[in-house]
Design a protein around this ligand. Structure first.
Ligand code: ZN
Length: 282
């Protein structure tokens, strides 16, 4: 009889207990993972998503991650740290000018990330300029040619492509700048740029004018954005609306396409990612 009970324990109860212990172990591992994920989300913010895709800036298969619902500034390529508007800009350049590597490109105020890095690395004829208002224009300062977009020292029809990445909201006389950019473009060329269209359903507003001593004279609440060559940042001078297209036409005579991409595979989602292509016909 005792042997019979032992058999039941060995053949039936023990395997059941063993399976239960294994299940409990698995549950503990899952619980620990859930806890880690929850803590991670609490630390990084409520919003979190991540997906695989292809980054057009670093040309790698990457993970895109966002930790904030404001995707414009938080939705990064985890390889090169570029932002969605920079990927939208690069994708638009490649769509309009698949041969961009062989073209004459002027980029005003490049950054150390995104499209700027790729353009510099692969273009055979790429020129980067920065704005140093107290230095001589046309000269080289800190490795960059010093240029004022409103009064450029370049000859007419010098470039195939002019790039500005969130620069045109910092110009005091954008009419002059758009006209100058148009002048320096070759026929068949284009100014390809991003600019935040803050006034989604309103006309463009002038936010600041040039005050005395070169300081901004804000008409509304003062606003500054980061500037890689000026620790004080750049004053926001314009709150653009979509009438920017008419503004450019009036300033330079050129037409502008508005490219609005929604492309998860390439990590382009969120607002204010429009790319503008102002083109000079042949
Ligand atoms: Zn990347």
């Amino acid at each position: 009889m005792i042997q019979f009970l032992k058999d039941i324990r060995n053949k039936i109860l023990n395997p059941v207990r063993q399976r239960r212990r294994e299940q409990e172990k698995k549950d503990k591992v899952i619980a620990a993972q859930v806890k880690t994920e929850t803590i991670k989300k609490l630390i990084e913010g409520d919003f979190y998503f991540s997906h695989k895709g292809h980054c057009v800036c670093c040309e790698q298969e990457v993970t895109f991650e966002a930790h904030d619902s404001w995707l414009r500034d938080s939705y990064f390529c985890m390889n090169c740290r570029c932002k969605p508007r920079e990927r939208a800009l690069m994708k638009t350049i490649e769509t309009y000018y698949p041969n961009w590597k062989n073209l004459a490109i002027h980029e005003s105020s490049p950054i150390k990330r995104g499209a700027s890095v790729k353009l510099k690395k692969y273009s055979k004829n790429y020129l980067a300029t920065q704005y140093y208002p107290t230095k001589e224009f046309g000269s080289i300062v800190d490795g960059f040619r010093n240029e004022d977009l409103e009064n450029q020292t370049f000859a007419d029809e010098t470039f195939d492509i002019v790039i500005t990445s969130d620069v045109m909201e910092h110009i005091y006389n954008p009419e002059k700048a758009f006209k100058e950019i148009g002048r320096t473009l070759k026929k068949g060329g284009a100014h390809i740029f991003t600019v935040p269209i803050i006034n989604r359903h309103m006309k463009t507003e002038v936010w600041a004018t040039l005050g005395e001593n070169g300081q901004p004279n804000f008409l509304k609440a003062p606003e500054f954005h980061g500037n890689p060559v000026d620790p004080n940042g750049s004053p926001v001078t314009m709150h653009w609306g979509f009438d920017i297209v008419d503004f450019i036409k009036k300033a330079s005579g050129l037409d502008t396409d508005v490219v609005d991409l929604y492309d998860k595979e390439h990590g382009i989602m969120g607002v204010y990612n429009e790319v503008f292509v102002t083109y000079k016909t042949k």
